[in-house]
Design a protein around this ligand. Structure first.
Ligand code: ADP
Ligand code: MG
Length: 238
């Protein structure tokens, strides 16, 4: 079964987004002492590539992901994702970029516990302007695609960590993203569940052709990427 009811034929899957970064610098100011979170990062990820970012806590990995995902604005340097020049997008265009181009997967899942698994996915479809009458069926199909069709009406609190992350992946796929950004997606999972979740992300990557960026502390997870980069003290080391 296809992972995404938007695009059931893998052969016609849209190519993933290439990422082009030059001299990307990010400083958190407004504190007593400004924090240089990223310092002149250069990085190219080809369309449909799979890269892993590793590095110690506080190194700047999440900051880099939040900039690439349009959650924060580039302050200095070039940042292009597919046809989008993120430094030049208006606030509305950046919001549209987040909704239509990027799928986020987080360590702590980021699901709303007042909603069922299906409603969590429906919410993402609603944000992508999918008509009301299509959302229910499509959310069900997305959950089916991650092997959770029978748990669609359960709340996240009734699901295991691995199942919650699969719901989060279904939600990330709702907009048929060209880019999936996963920030320590297996950080809260045991080794075996971590590999199942990673295999699911890899299947999405393969079938949808989307570009996949995974931040991880797990060497085995990183080994599976095409390229691994080390982020250390705001710099891309390798
Ligand atoms: P990582 O994901 O590699 O652990 P982060 O990107 O979260 O690292 O953080 C990089 C640096 O930026 C850290 O020193 C962190 O304390 C700082 N930082 C992150 N977000 C903010 C913020 N909103 N305000 C101030 N400093 C921040
Ligand atoms: Mg982080």
């Amino acid at each position: 079964m296809s992972l995404n009811p938007h695009d059931p034929a893998p052969a016609s899957a849209p190519p993933g987004c290439a990422v082009h970064i030059r001299g990307l610098t990010h400083v958190f100011s407004g504190n007593a002492a400004p924090v240089v979170a990223l310092s002149a990062i250069d990085l190219d990820i080809p369309a449909g590539g799979h890269v892993a970012l590793m590095g110690p806590s506080g190194a700047g990995k999440s900051t880099l992901l939040s900039l690439v995902g349009g959650l924060d604005r580039p302050q200095r340097g070039e940042l292009r994702v597919g046809r989008h020049d993120l430094a030049r997008l208006s606030g509305d265009a950046l919001a549209a970029y987040r909704r239509t181009t990027v799928g986020f997967v987080f360590q702590h899942f980021g699901l709303l516990d007042l909603l069922s698994a299906r409603e969590n996915v429906e919410l993402a479809l609603a944000l992508a302007d999918v008509p009301l009458h299509e959302r229910h069926q499509r959310a069900g199909a997305l959950l089916e695609g991650v092997g959770l069709g029978r748990r669609a009406d359960h709340r996240p609190s009734a699901l295991s960590g691995g199942e919650r992350q699969r719901v989060a992946i279904a939600r990330a796929l709702a907009n048929n993203p060209g880019l999936i950004l996963a920030d320590e997606p297996t950080g809260n999972l045991d080794a075996q569940t971590a590999m199942l979740v990673l295999e699911l992300l890899e299947r999405v990557h393969r079938e949808q052709g989307c570009t996949l960026v995974v931040v991880t502390h797990n060497q085995a997870v990183a080994e599976r990427a095409d390229h691994r980069y080390l982020v250390d003290a705001g710099k891309l080391v390798a």
